[in-house]
Design a protein around this ligand. Sequence first.
Ligand SMILES: [Zn+2]
Length: 330
Amino acid sequence: MSARIFWDKGITLEFKGESLHLDVQRKPKGAFLLVSHAHGDHTGGLKTKGEGRVYLTRPTLALFKAAAGKEPPMEVKQVRYGERFKAGVFRVEAFNSGHIFGSSGFLVEAGGLAIAYTGDLNFVDSLLTEAAEPVDCDILILEATYGSPSYRFPSRNAVYSRIVKWTVEEAGKGRIPVFHVYPVGKAQEIVCLLNQYTSLQVYVHPKIARINRAHRRFRVKLEAEILEGKPEPGRAVLVYPKGFLGRFEAGRVSPAIATGWAVRYQWTGLEAFPLSSHADFPQLLSYVKASRPKKVYTCYGFSEALASAIRRKLGINAEPLPSRGEFKEL
Ligand SMILES: [Zn+2]
């Protein structure tokens, strides 16, 4: 008997009448769910009420609770990288995906096949994460956020240097640099960078402060305070969610964003740094090479472009993950 796979707001594997859901946005009743990391576009299923069981790493659970402000309404099993466990008929192992603190991919065994799901993936070290671990597998389900040849990031150290230089220069002009970034992951990387390479006081939004606190429980050193009153120009730097763009006094503030899209796009009146928690196009191809799969299914983002490049450049069978009605027998 072979397993089936398809995309339906997340990934579903079916085998011997049982289903395993990976990062689905709505979890069917009583099902097994694997959650790769704490970003909102991967944790929808964690908010679905009803029976069932979710498997995720300890940091992912802590970051989810800090971001969502609640416990998942289902049975929770915390797993570690390298730990093997059973979810119904599926044998599973979590591995580091390098995306944000605690993020994991999952290696699933079904019908004699090793099926690896990367979740969001980063294949270089950052201040807070180690590069994703390649996993020997038969089938690789690979994210394709930046899976188009036009996305090639500068080295992380080069981007870090640019961020520090800009921040210190802006502060030196008596201005207040403000970073508008994702509260989970990117905010902590920026805080950590500013802590290590500047002597500026870092102020964060209360939501980011909560998520920082969740990181500190795992001994991640992050020094930042919640802003009370007005920040002092020249001595302060702010790290706030994107929704706060334009909400500060325009004259003294120098706003910035940090996103992989900055290699292709520019924003008026905004400094944009190409700092991403995702692999770029060359990294995605390197990851496939290192994992040596027989078949790749791409999902999220540039699925077609990445699948085509994997076929052409690596000679490996690849295609975007089919939707529910067009499931694949593995
Ligand atoms: Zn993510």
